[in-house]
Structure formats: C-alpha cells, structure tokens
Design a protein around this ligand. Structure first.
Ligand code: ADP
Ligand code: MG
Length: 247
C-alpha cells in the first residue's frame, strides 16, 4: 500500500485584483513517501503558490489539501502549526538564515516548535549538519559562510526534525552551477536515504535529477511523469505526535 504524504485535490488559488489572478486552476497532485519529485514550469506558472499551499503558508481558494493524513483546511491554526512542525521541512531560494547565529543555532531553530529540550536540539542539529557534510562549519556564524554552505545549513534545518516531507523552492536558484550541482547531488543522496522531497524549479537540469517531474503551466498540471521513475518504497519517519507534546 502506498503511503501518501501530500495530496492536493482540485486546488485553486485566486488572488484578488482587477482582474483577479488565477494562480492555480484546479491542481490534483499526490506525493508518496520516498519520492523525489520536481515541479517545473515557467515563471508565473504557479510553482511558488503551489509550494506555499503545500507548506500550509497559504490556503487554497477551493480544493482539499492533505498532509500526512490530516485535512489541512479543517485544522484550527494551533493544530496546523503543530502538524507543520512535525511533518514538514521547507527550504527557500534565499536561505533565510539568522545571520548572527552559528550554523548549529540556525539548524536547532528547526526544532523550536516541537518542545525538544535545548541540549537535544543542539545534538540533533550537529547530526543534521553532519548529514549535509557541514560538521566542520558547525560553529561558524551564518554570515561567514558561502552560498552553498548557507543552503546546506538551510537544508539541515529542514531535515533536523526528520520530517515526512521536505519542500524546496528553487533551492539552487541563488547558487553558481557547480555549487548548485553539489546541492543537487546531496538532495539525491538524502532521497536515497528515504527523505521525501518536492523540489520546485524552473531549471530543467535540476528537474532531471528527480525521479518524477510534474509540469505546471498557467496554474494547471500539464504533465506528470509518475510511474516512469525510480521509486523508493521504504517509509519515512512518521510524525510522532501532532498535538504539540514532545515526541
Ligand atoms: P512561479 O513561482 O511559477 O513563478 P507564482 O506562484 O509566484 O509563480 O505566481 C503565479 C501567478 O500568481 C503569477 O501571475 C503571479 O503574479 C501571481 N501571484 C503570486 N503571488 C501573488 C500575490 N500575493 N498577489 C497577487 N498575485 C500573485
Ligand atoms: Mg516562484
């Protein structure tokens, strides 16, 4: 039986305006544990809108979103924050690190909303930095790190809670091609270890790294290579609790 981590059914998102912008026009998408999926499409096709909705940073105008078995639309805000904290890791093009904090401190913030004690947060952060090959830089401040290192820190922060799903919006968009290639190799490796990944990109080289490609155009899915790609069957770690209590 497949283990669906994320599903969108009939999702639309309309932004008010004259005329209104229909950023998503009825998207159906299902992501199974262990998948590595790239969402491609030209600028303005709705990729970031899709990621924001999948990440529960935005709500659909119409349609249903399920995240690790929870119907997101029906959850009150308090529970939604808890589901997000336990289920999701999100990586952005601009990294969004806290400049004055060290790499370890930045990664540890990924566990702030899970009630994990400080010492355990720190240990988990070091482990996550080791996973992304950055243990040697763990105690450097974010502002002292290169672009590629900064994105590794951001990825470690997304991984630190062992989320069921990692979402990334143009994770190599601010990096040169060699550094971006290294980040991609790392994402592929993490997927090989069972991390479920959805990467949003307008770059077809990036997309070809993923086992499955979904193409958006004008807010609609126009192609989906599902079924033709490599597919990991092992389950990713299930969220331990969703009510905000420590795991
Ligand atoms: P992509 O990430 O593929 O470039 P986006 O999801 O950012 O596309 O945008 C899709 C469409 O929605 C674009 O036409 C964009 O201008 C519009 N859009 C995105 N965010 C907003 C917003 N907050 N208000 C109004 N229109 C928006
Ligand atoms: Mg975008």
């Amino acid at each position: 039986m497949s283990d669906v981590v994320l599903s969108l059914a009939g999702v639309t998102r309309t932004y008010a305006g004259t005329p209104p912008v229909e950023s998503l026009r009825g998207v159906d998408l299902s992501v199974t544990a262990g998948e590595f999926l790239a969402v491609v499409g030209p600028s303005g096709s709705g990729k970031t809108t899709l990621l924001n909705i999948a990440a529960c940073l935005d709500r659909p105008t119409h349609g249903e979103v399920h995240l690790a078995g929870h119907s997101v639309a029906r959850l009150p805000d308090r529970l939604l924050s808890s589901v997000r904290a336990h289920v999701l890791g999100v990586v952005f093009q601009q990294f969004f690190l806290l400049e004055q904090l060290t790499a370890v401190q930045n990664v540890a913030t990924g566990l702030l909303y899970r009630g994990v004690p400080a010492r355990a947060r720190r240990e988990a952060a070091i482990e996550a930095l080791t996973r992304v090959g950055l243990a040697a830089r763990a105690h450097h401040r974010a502002r002292e790190l290169s672009g590629g290192e900064r994105q590794r820190v951001a990825i470690a922060r997304a991984l630190v809670g062992r989320p069921a799903l990692v979402l990334a919006d143009e994770p190599t968009g601010n990096l040169d091609s060699v550094t971006g290639g290294n980040i991609l190799d790392m994402l592929r490796e993490l997927n090989g270890q069972g991390v479920t990944l959805v990467v949003i990109t307008h770059d077809h080289v990036v997309a070809s790294t993923a086992a499955r490609q979904v193409e958006l155009r004008d807010g609609r899915v126009v192609s989906d290579s599902a079924g033709s790609g490599r597919h990991h069957q092992e389950r990713s770690a299930a969220p331990s609790t969703i009510d905000g209590s420590p795991p």
